[in-house]
Ligand binder design. Sequence first.
Ligand SMILES: Cc1cc2nc3c(=O)[nH]c(=O)nc-3n(C[C@H](O)[C@H](O)[C@H](O)COP(=O)(O)OP(=O)(O)OC[C@H]3O[C@@H](n4cnc5c(N)ncnc54)[C@H](O)[C@@H]3O)c2cc1C
Length: 380
Amino acid sequence: MDLNDSPNEAAFRAEVRAFLEAHGPTEDVSSFSSPDEDAVVPRADAWQRTMHAHGWAALAWPKEFGGRGAGPVEQIIWNQELARHAVGMTHHVVGVAMVGPALLYHGTSAQKAQHLERILNADDIWCELFSEPGFGSDLAGVQTRAERDGDEWVVTGQKVWSSGAHRSDYGLALCRTDPAVAKHAGLTAFVIDMRAPGVECRPLRQMTGNAHFNEVFLSEVRVPHDAVVGEVDRGWEVARTVLMHERMALGGIETAFDWGDFAAFVAAHADRVDDIARQDIAQLYVWARSLEFLNARVITKLGRGDVPTAESSIMKLALARLVIEQGRIQMRLLGAAGLGSGDAQLRFLSSPAMKIGGGTDEIQRNIIGERVLGLPRDPG
Ligand SMILES: Cc1cc2nc3c(=O)[nH]c(=O)nc-3n(C[C@H](O)[C@H](O)[C@H](O)COP(=O)(O)OP(=O)(O)OC[C@H]3O[C@@H](n4cnc5c(N)ncnc54)[C@H](O)[C@@H]3O)c2cc1C
């Protein structure tokens, strides 16, 4: 494991820092978590355009499509520097980091020409229409039907948990096109125009008070055949590309937790740190440092061209626990003063979602059980 940047990595980091210092946002752009979504979204759009204008909008995309052709190590360095500069995740993450790669790998030339540049320039917002009320972990079971009608498909069903769908121009939907074959085999991915007749978004209010995700009802929505992404009945391949990139976009410790911020919070509330809180803070420090080392191991593996496997599941599981514990400690230190509003309450109320989104804790445990411990496969 190498804890230091190589000369190339150090040069790249310096380049990122110079860009962020010159052009980075000076106000909050975290439109995916802010309670003040209406104010933050225009700033997030402006930030996306700034990144695009300077060639930083999509590190991993090929240069011919407006990306930088960068590798995973550069992506991690970029994330670390964003966190250092306190730049939060925006609603463009779905288009840039999840749908974009799916279009790059599986899309037609026409789809790439129509959508990719507009994603980078914040002209279009995208959502992921995968999960359904009965199908999340078992995503291959989705029941939303798409039936062929001449040059069109007719899509009917219900999606849920669709982040940002209420602001989206397009959604990438996973639909069942052949109910007669094995569940993974009869799926197709479609681009859905979120303003087409028959598309209805109902925002769901979360316990944070925000309404960042939605139920999406699709009632006989007519979709042109050229909106199929990849091949008919091979949508599972498209979904896998999206999910793999989603896990990378949700990130490691650098995007979700900052020990410096937490330590500053504790110092500001030092008068409330009793023996129990001291133990909890020390425990959190140990977890955070362990995760940093795991992160460094992942970076080293990536740098050597290896693909980390179970590490990302361990990372996701541990990170959720870390962020939830951070919220709990902060609320305990604040006492009644923490109730009602504020960053600590927002973190406390939003952190349990980390145990669910991007694959639940139990699913990560299944992966670790199978790939690290060699246990029998999940019968599900
Ligand atoms: C903040 C957030 C944003 C999201 N955004 C989107 C989005 O934009 N688009 C989208 O499509 N989806 C989105 N999701 C949905 C997310 O992908 C699903 O919630 C997740 O995959 C779990 O699916 P589920 O909710 O249907 O739970 P289920 O799969 O029904 O699981 C219920 C419980 O059973 C457990 N379980 C299920 N299967 C197994 C198993 N085989 N072994 C052991 N335990 C099991 C689970 O761990 C869980 O505790 C989002 C979720 C969150 C929290």
